[in-house]
Unconditional design. Structure first.
Length: 160
């Protein structure tokens, strides 16, 4: 009987308790500010899962298949069914889930939504410069070297 229970429990898919998973860059001071605001609004309810893509252990497969470079380019979120959303749609959904949907409601209108996504695209393209960080290619190169060294044990000795 216990073997049957084990087989059954292994075949049951467990749905996450969160309603949306936000992928964010914890090395971006403006992103962290927004995340802190959203965490306060979530108030420990667990409606939003916050995933720091800047952590070396970030695993794209566990988060909608969104790799680090893609997530750095535009904000992404993952829904419980594995669907990914990006750009202003992320904010619209999170704010709705947290009971503040009215803030982004106007972006549901096709013309306003298109303008909002266009403006967000400009912000996303300038985000690293505005927060005085390296360009994405440099960040990717540094990250790859650090992960290969620290995580995978393939450090290159300094040549003098």
């Amino acid at each position: 009987m216990s073997a049957a229970k084990t087989e059954f429990s292994e075949s049951v898919e467990v749905k996450p308790s969160w309603q949306i998973e936000l992928l964010y860059d914890a090395e971006c001071p403006l992103c962290v500010r927004e995340v802190n605001f959203l965490k306060k609004r979530d108030a420990g309810r667990g409606l939003v899962s916050f995933v720091d893509i800047a952590e070396d252990g970030y695993n794209p497969e566990a988060h909608g298949g969104v790799d680090y470079e893609t997530a750095m380019g535009r904000i992404h979120a993952v829904l419980p069914d594995g669907t990914t959303v990006k750009n202003v749609e992320v904010f619209r959904r999170i704010y709705e889930i947290l009971g503040m949907g009215w803030i982004y409601a106007v972006t549901k209108l096709p013309v306003i939504g298109a303008i909002a996504n266009w403006l967000y695209g400009i912000w996303a393209d300038w985000r690293l410069r505005l927060t005085r960080r390296q360009d994405l290619a440099s960040i990717m190169s540094d990250r790859t070297a650090r992960i290969e060294c620290e995580v995978q044990g393939r450090c290159q000795p300094n040549s003098k």
